[in-house]
Design a protein around this ligand. Structure first.
Ligand code: PEP
Length: 252
């Protein structure tokens, strides 16, 4: 298995979870403390309502807490939005930007995602910048062109490779139980690393690239062993600690 030296598995709870669900955060925290979670970094990107409470519960733990979106501005008249500095203040260290559900539901463009990634970095958060093709784009043979454009336009030139993460999430694989072939994942991840390397003044080969889209315990070993796959972004299978730990524990 060709695992990255600094793999990371990040859960994305999306719009799921009430205070009662914090027991799942505690279960992941406790598994990490007991050395039962695998040799990877682990993060949970929670609904904004749970971040402060979760951060308090993981204090002193290596489990990271994150948000799922942030505004480009540091504060101001943006009703319902949340600033990166607010996430940081609540105890987050990560934030997802440009998830395909936000691109689709809220019309987020590559340029906006780029600005959000900059705002996150400025606030001291690690942005997890998402890219991915639709089914129609893959069927039309457009995958690398689309991913190349998303990388060029969504990833700020000022990106620090050590504190930025990119997630490749084919839109058609999210929540569907479908996954690309290992060869397709390998091709896209290698392409993203090359593209980042030519794009960023500080180089891009060390940026961690996560695979996301229907990762679960039963397919994690195969997906996480693919070259240039430095971890996973996990939706549905991150809601229950046992399911997430089934993925992190691939990193033995
Ligand atoms: C996601 O939404 O980031 C995701 C990968 O979802 P799922 O694992 O449920 O496909």
């Amino acid at each position: 298995m060709a695992f990255s030296s600094r793999p990371i598995v990040i859960g994305n709870w999306k719009m799921n979870g009430l205070a009662a669900s914090l027991d799942q955060v505690e279960a992941v925290r406790d598994a990490i403390a007991k050395g039962q979670a695998g040799r990877c970094e682990t993060g949970l990107c929670l609904p904004a309502t749970l971040i402060a409470a979760a951060a308090a519960r993981v204090e002193g733990s290596r489990l990271m807490i994150g948000g799922q979106d942030c505004h480009v501005a540091s504060h101001g008249a943006h009703t319902g939005d949340i600033a990166a500095a607010m996430l940081k203040d609540a105890g987050a260290t990560l934030v997802i930007v440009g998830h395909s559900e936000r691109r689709a539901d809220h019309g987020e463009t590559d340029m906006l995602v780029n600005q959000k990634a900059q705002a996150a970095a400025l606030a001291g958060l690690t942005p997890v910048i998402c890219v991915g093709e639709t089914r129609a784009e893959r069927d039309a043979g457009e995958t690398l062109r689309v991913i190349g454009r998303q990388i060029d336009e969504s990833v700020p030139r000022s990106t620090d490779p050590k504190t930025t993460i990119v997630a490749y999430e084919p839109v058609w694989a999210i929540g569907t139980g479908l996954t690309p072939t290992a060869a397709d994942v390998a091709e896209v991840h290698a392409f993203i690393h090359r593209r980042l390397d030519s794009l960023l003044p500080s180089g891009g080969t060390t940026i961690r690239i996560l695979y996301g889209g229907s990762v679960k315990a039963s397919n994690a070993a195969e997906l996480l062993a693919i070259d240039h796959v430095d971890g996973a972004l996990v939706g549905g299978a991150s809601l229950k600690a046992a399911d997430l730990l089934g993925i992190t524990s691939v990193y033995r």
